[in-house]
Ligand binder design. Structure first.
Ligand SMILES: Nc1ncnc2c1ncn2[C@@H]1O[C@H](COP(=O)(O)OP(=O)(O)OP(=O)(O)O)[C@@H](O)[C@H]1O
Length: 331
């Protein structure tokens, strides 16, 4: 039985519409018009215990809605959602004590309370055994470097400091499942690295199952082995990150710096010149049919070569090509 099971999940929102201007607002009081937005139209996936899955997709694709349903915040309109056999919305009370949630754009701490007092409140809410709480809190405080922030009200924290405090808050009750909705949004490079490092450790060392949404492909590159691409409320791809690369483009690139002006044409079967810039030529080839060592040997034997290296597509390029292939721009 998977840790998380999502089958044909459906969710729509009803939005009140009104005509512009004062007259429109007044008409709206009498004749309310509504529009339905289909946020999820049949999302299916599952997660095994201890997996770290990246959920990505353009704005409005349905990522946050999926997390809110899995966290028991929203009730789905249809389909099946089970976490460890629990129904997140119906078993909310039992469910929240087993999960940790971080929404990058919202705080679960108390704005005016010092961080440490917020942690103590969460201990009471989750009814964590005091000795166990002290041990976990001290460990999290040390790992996330929160010592000097414990006495500061949350509103005084920088975004990076707050995010570290949020992550600690989500882990105080030692959840086995972690939902992270854009945990690195707006963070500077060192804070992003600290958050990534910590998420990786929570997954590897504590064995936490992690579902992460992000728009930062470096998060995916650094953390996830598997990604789900969601678009228009549907799963467009569910695949190991590496397999996605070959699925999108069965091409690798060989970047060659020539010692002098490169020739106009090359006699290299199975390769294309995909880019030229001064002394640098980038060749594209399919690794299934052309061998990189043979190609390199031939280039070096026939030309004066100063430097040579192989290049794959960045995950960022892979995803944008994927959206282009599936017509899945902003939903
Ligand atoms: N509370 C709400 N009321 C009405 N519509 C909503 C609400 N929340 C989300 N939606 C709509 O549902 C769709 C999916 O939104 P969702 O927030 O799940 O997307 P997302 O993939 O998380 O997007 P983003 O990357 O921009 O955060 C969008 O069309 C959005 O406008």
């Amino acid at each position: 039985m998977p840790h998380v099971l999502v089958e044909r999940l459906v969710k729509s929102y009803r939005i009140a519409e009104r005509d512009p201007g004062l007259w429109g607002a007044m008409r709206g009081i009498v004749h309310r018009r509504h529009r339905t937005v289909e946020a999820l139209s049949g999302v299916t996936f599952s997660l095994e215990r201890g997996e770290l899955l990246g959920l990505i997709g353009p704005n409005g694709a349905g990522k946050s809605t999926t997390i809110k349903i899995l966290a028991g915040i929203l009730r789905p309109d249809g389909g099946r959602v089970e976490v460890d056999g629990r129904h997140p919305f119906d078993d909310r009370e039992r469910h929240v004590s087993r999960i940790g949630v971080v929404f990058g754009q919202r705080t679960q701490l108390w704005w005016d309370l010092p961080v440490g007092e917020g942690f103590d409140l969460l201990r009471d809410i989750y009814r964590v055994d005091p000795a166990r709480y002290r041990r976990t809190r001290d460990e999290l405080v040390a790992m996330l470097q929160l010592e000097r922030l414990l006495d500061q009200p949350v509103r005084q924290l920088s975004l990076g400091q707050r995010m570290r405090a949020e992550i600690a808050a989500a882990l105080l009750h030692e959840p086995e499942l972690l939902f992270l909705d854009e945990p690195t949004i707006g963070l500077d490079a060192p804070s992003k690295l600290a958050v990534r490092d910590f998420v990786k450790r929570a997954n590897r060392e504590r064995g936490a199952t992690v579902l992460l949404t992000t728009h930062d492909m470096h998060d995916i590159e650094a953390l996830a082995e598997r990604v789900i691409i969601i678009g228009h409320g549907r799963v467009l791809a569910d695949s190991p990150v590496d397999a996605l690369r070959t699925q999108v483009l069965a091409q690798r690139r060989l970047v060659v710096d020539f010692d002098g002006t490169p020739p106009e044409t090359f006699d290299l079967p199975g390769t294309d010149v995909v880019e030229r810039d001064g002394r640098t030529v980038v060749f594209g080839f399919d690794p299934a049919t052309s061998s990189a060592p043979a190609l390199i040997a031939r280039l070096v034997a026939e030309h004066a070569v100063a430097d040579i290296h192989l290049e794959g597509l960045s995950i960022e390029e892979v995803i944008s090509r994927f959206y282009a292939m599936h017509g899945a721009g902003e939903a």
